[in-house]
Design a protein around this ligand. Structure first.
Ligand code: AMP
Length: 466
């Protein structure tokens, strides 16, 4: 199906062609006709499905149809984070490049001065985070009496981030007669209740539930001791095929620590999290997008909505507490038909999180059974002579364990290793291309191991003790 079939007008079609979009994504195919008809919409979709364009395109169409537009804000898009707000505004700029509709974005953490100036000049579409919106409304800079369309984006995140009260305050100020578009990746009871109150006879659009969304992303699981995670990360990054990777940590402190270690190894990296200034976050994101940084380390909240089209790898340095977050995280790669690889580290204390994630996605994440840091991961590792060589933590090559430079005939005091099945080749996976190097001298730095010797967690646990 082509965009042309969605009854869009020339300025929008031209802008989409400019973006290189030819085919609407499933959520766009389903949602755009309903929105154009003026219906309320309940969209169950996560970042990466094309949901921003699914509402931005028809909104631009509806605004165009009313030209010349009178004064006042006609569309409000409420979204939880600054990064998301900026990206949504950029989408309006991109898809509305030939439409001549005025739009702007407001968010907290920066001076309100330029935002107020923009508002004074007149705005048709306003993208906002809840706190700054309420603040400017209270100061009398924003009036929503002319509002026609209200978009609530990432409603479940609003709840997670504690913004739901602010959202309700904003909703109380909206004209009763309006079109409401409600998007949420998940529908916990409180969000369902809010949707029930807000929406009138909504059309419902649900795309790719989490389990199938992640299918096109190659997932890899590394069991590793907590303290060896940094070393494993450095080891994996020795593969030049990992051009850019977004690394997720559970805490801000953890993100800073990872960056410190990466920088020690001259790996261009930066952290983004709530303690960083707005400028620092935006600069880091821009540097990551333009390739100056190879690794961006982020906490979930800071990374929310980060939109990078060609992100090849996502790495979960820590597993998230909330299983849906895993789906959100790995959805940052493999976008718009690209391939993506999601690597997850799992230490013994994260076993419960892993179980919850695997339950949610409805499958076992393939385990990379052979890597240099299996010994302390509460499971047996390949015997020393067969263990792949490693880059040690000080950047020297070779295995740091004693006795590893024995010949193959050396008597190992370790339990006999499990017989590993033969590797299968898979040329499309960049990391797999390095697999031949595992056969090289143990004093060489090996390329990252891949799930060639795949086992499920259950198989692993059966054979080994946690
Ligand atoms: P979103 O789910 O809105 O975060 O969008 C995910 C990514 O898909 C963004 O990078 C968009 O630029 C891209 N995208 C959205 N719609 C399309 C489309 N129809 N064709 C190709 N890429 C798209």
């Amino acid at each position: 199906m082509a965009f042309r079939k969605l009854a869009l007008t020339e300025p929008v079609l031209k802008a989409l062609a400019h973006e290189g979009y030819t085919t609407p994504t499933p959520i766009q195919q389903q949602a755009i006709p309903f929105i154009l008809q003026g219906k309320d919409l309940l969209g169950c979709a996560q970042t990466g499905t094309g949901k921003t364009a699914a509402f931005a395109i028809p909104i631009l169409e509806l605004m165009q149809a009313q030209k010349p537009l009178g004064p006042g804000i006609k569309v409000l898009v409420l979204t939880p984070t600054r990064e998301l707000a900026i990206q949504i505004d950029e989408s309006f700029a991109a898809y509305g490049r030939y439409a001549g509709i005025r739009h702007t974005v407001i968010f907290g953490g920066v001076s309100q001065h330029s935002q107020v100036n923009e508002l004074r000049r007149g705005v048709d579409i306003l993208v906002a985070t809840p706190g700054r919106l309420l603040d400017l409304m209270q100061q009398g800079f924003i009036h929503l009496d002319k509002l026609q369309i209200f978009v609530l984006d990432e409603a479940d995140r609003m709840l997670d981030m504690g913004f739901i009260h602010d959202v309700k305050k904003v909703i109380a100020k909206l004209p009763a007669k309006r079109q409401t578009l409600f998007f949420s990746a998940t529908m916990p009871p409180e969000i369902q209740k809010l949707a029930d109150v807000l929406l009138k006879h909504p059309a419902k659009v649900e795309v790719t539930p989490p389990s199938s969304t992640v299918d096109k992303i190659e997932q890899q699981l590394y069991f590793v001791a907590k303290k060896e995670k940094p070393e494993l990360l450095i080891h994996l990054l020795s593969n030049p095929e990992i051009k850019t990777t977004l690394v997720f940590t559970r805490t801000k402190h953890g993100a800073d620590k990872v960056v410190k270690i990466l920088q020690k190894f001259q790996i261009r990296s930066a952290a983004i999290h709530g303690n960083k200034s707005q400028n620092a976050r935006q600069n880091a994101l821009a540097d990551f997008k333009n390739g100056t940084l190879r690794v961006l380390v982020a906490t979930d909240i800071a990374a929310r909505g980060i939109d990078i089209d060609e992100l090849s790898h996502v790495l979960n340095f820590d597993l998230p507490d909330v299983p849906e977050t895993y789906v959100h995280r790995i959805g940052r790669t493999g976008r718009a038909g690209n391939e993506g690889i999601a690597i997850s580290f799992c230490s013994a204390d994260e076993k419960e999180e892993l179980r919850d994630i695997q339950k949610l996605i409805g499958k076992q994440i393939p385990v990379v059974a052979e890597h240099p840091f299996t010994a302390n991961a509460h499971m047996s590792a390949p015997a020393p002579e067969e263990r792949p060589a490693r880059t040690n933590f000080r950047g020297q090559q070779g295995d740091r364990r004693q006795g590893n430079n024995r010949g193959n005939s050396g008597n190992s005091s370790r339990p006999a290793q499990r017989q590993q099945p033969a590797r299968s080749s898979n040329s499309h996976s960049p990391s797999r291309q390095g697999s031949a190097q595992h056969q090289t001298s143990k004093h060489q730095t090996s390329q990252p191991q891949t799930p060639s010797n795949r086992q499920t967690l259950e198989q692993w646990e059966e054979a080994e003790r946690w």
